[in-house]
Design a protein around this ligand. Structure first.
Ligand code: SAH
Length: 289
């Protein structure tokens, strides 16, 4: 849709684009094409779309013939989009807040647990959406999402610039920054640029990095909850050395922490931001398993 068409719709429907609802509508066909190429929908794919808005992306998704479920919160947009796609047999709309709907219910509606999430996300709720779809079952197989550029960069970070966010996403899947998207590709123009982020979720119980190093018993006894406790402790004072955070958080002596970090193959002066997912697996092995 062109900027003029979007402007007209906003006007006709008396919509005052809301920042809180992340209402920045896509007006760039190249970005749309890139999202569709990245999503690379195959015959068995079902699609969950969050926030169809005026249906720019929805339309492309529907054209593929795959089953599409869109979830929209804003009643005026619901009104518009219901009329726009009335009678389309491979499309369904669920009205409501995506964060309040159970994944199970979404997967049931799609008639499949193997779905892809494709969306121009409301940026204010990017993190809760990631958490919901990365860590609660049934999960999508893959996500192709528009997020703020800074967030995408933070998620695909490498050791040296790691954060809890980066570890969380890399723990559940493989994120890739596909393209930077200029803020001019949206109306109204948001404050910052965006990016197309692809996350292919792992289908195994634990990350491949962990199964490489854990023993069979360690795999059986692995407790995800304790892993996240450990990561939180590691990042508790991000500027401090990891050894101090671990000693404080786990209530063990610095000498003991040093000893175990060495066994985990890590430098005693390292900080949490320096560690890869594999390093965290090694730390778990030395401190918890
Ligand atoms: N996909 C459209 C619109 C993106 S704007 C486009 O690319 O042009 C983000 C959309 O998400 C808006 O339609 C907004 O109303 C919707 N939205 C915001 N918060 C939501 C929530 N919690 N649940 C479902 N939809 C939401």
């Amino acid at each position: 849709m062109s900027i003029d068409e979007i402007k007209k719709l906003i006007n006709d429907y008396g919509l005052k684009p809301s920042k809180g609802k992340g209402q920045n509508f896509l007006i760039d066909d190249n970005v749309l094409a890139k999202i569709m190429a990245t999503a690379d929908l195959s015959p068995e794919d079902y699609v969950l779309e969050i926030g169809p808005g005026f249906g720019v992306l929805t339309q492309e998704l529907i054209k593929t013939g795959k089953k599409v479920l869109s979830v929209e919160l804003d009643t005026r947009l619901v009104f518009y989009i219901k009329r726009k796609f009335k009678g389309v047999s491979n499309w369904e709309l669920l009205e409501g807040d995506i964060l309040k709907i159970k994944n199970e219910q979404l997967a049931e509606k799609l008639g499949s647990k193997k779905y892809k999430l494709v969306a121009n996300l409301p940026y204010a709720i990017t993190k809760p959406i990631l958490q919901k779809f990365l860590s609660y079952d049934p999960k999508p197989r893959e996500m192709v999402i528009l997020v703020q550029k800074e967030v995408a960069e933070k998620i695909v970070a490498k050791p040296g610039e790691m954060s809890i966010l980066a570890i969380s996403v890399q723990y559940y899947g493989q994120p890739q920054l596909i393209n930077i998207v200029s803020k001019e590709s949206f109306f109204p123009v948001p404050k910052v640029d965006s990016a197309i982020l692809q996350i292919v979720l792992r289908q195994t119980d634990i990350p491949a990095e962990f199964s490489q190093i854990f023993t069979q018993i360690q795999i059986q006894n692995y407790q995800e909850k304790r892993f996240w406790q450990l990561v939180k402790i590691g990042f508790s004072s991000p500027r401090k050395q990891l050894q101090n955070n671990l000693a404080n958080g786990l209530k063990i002596t610095n000498a003991e922490v040093k000893n175990r970090l060495e066994k985990a193959g890590l430098q005693e002066l390292c900080r949490a931001q320096d560690l890869s997912l594999l390093d965290w697996g090694n730390i778990y092995q030395q401190f918890i398993a």
